[in-house]
Write a protein that binds this ligand. Sequence first.
Ligand SMILES: *[C@@H]1O[C@H](CO)[C@@H](O)[C@H](O)[C@H]1NC(C)=O
Length: 380
Amino acid sequence: MDFSPGVLILFSLLCSVAGQAPEVSVEPQAATVRQGESASFRCQVRRGAQPIQVVWKKANNQALPDNVKTGPDGSVLTVANAVPANQGQYRCVADNSAGRGTATAALNVKHAPKVRLTPAGPLRVRMGDPVSVECRATGRPRPKLNWKRQGSTLQLVTKDTNDVNTIQWPVVHPEDSGVYICRAENNEGVAEVKVEIIIEGQPGTPVASVGATEMTVVEAHTITMECQASGSPPPVITWSKLRAPLPWKHTVAGGVLTLTSVGRQDSGQYICNATNIHGYSEAYTQMEVESPPYATCLPDQVRLQPGDALRVQCVAHGSHPIRFEWSRGGRASLPPGAQATKDGTLLIGHVKLSDSGTYKCVATNHIGSSEALAKVIVKA
Ligand SMILES: *[C@@H]1O[C@H](CO)[C@@H](O)[C@H](O)[C@H]1NC(C)=O
């Protein structure tokens, strides 16, 4: 349809006469209350053609909770005896025959922290095993969390991520037995939860621990792995490799295992074993040896006649993933009709005399890259 300017003006005039969609505002736009207090929001209609119907909704369109009510004409929303779940956005929606207007109010409910531990305890742990306890808290404002040991004022080192504070030991010792307290605090209050940790095992039994439980190293480097052990009498430390002898270029001194010039075959699990008259304790280090690619072309030389198919595979050893890239010596691009696949194959369906030349494959991984050449001779 094509409107002339005169028709457009008439059309918009008719609209404003026929009715105007409601325009609303809320007062206040945000409120903060303590748990148990009340709050009200008024929705005001600024303009719009009557009749206008006003309703309040939760911003996520869920039903209003039982303690949230609206007045007889729908314009006032009252939250009585606020609970933390009432926190959020509320939307006033006004409808008439011409359309809809909305405005939003935010309610913030302050409340004292609540704390939960996982696992709850008491925890019985074997000497030398790992332990961790997560402390999670709710509360507004967001509470600060910390861990203490009962009877000690020292603050413990913990891992803090998004409302979870974790106390952990990679290896527990007998002296770690005790009661630990997670405390959450905000302006509204404080909450504390205790957990008892009981370390089981005879005094003097060895407890072994390694410097790193996982390591990724690069081929040809020299690697050291440390192992420490507590116990009485002092345990004897030995190193071994799971299901394989230790690499022959190794030495052990003072609990430290040194591997000279590691290769990919040296990847695997290494075990430190600490032994005394009371028993033994094992600790593990998983080592991955990574290597740069080593590329070759199969075949590295081809003789073809025009019209023959060319297929050269670039093969690479090394840590995955490996990317392949083919190019042609001295040229910016591969000849038209040539195709290089993701797995490193170079393909030309029907070669031409002009396809003769040297082709280069570059294999790359996150450690390095390697090149290989293939010579292609096309002769009639
Ligand atoms: C550690 O030493 C104990 C006692 O000598 C032995 O029974 C155990 O098999 C050893 N563990 C490993 C992985 O060698």
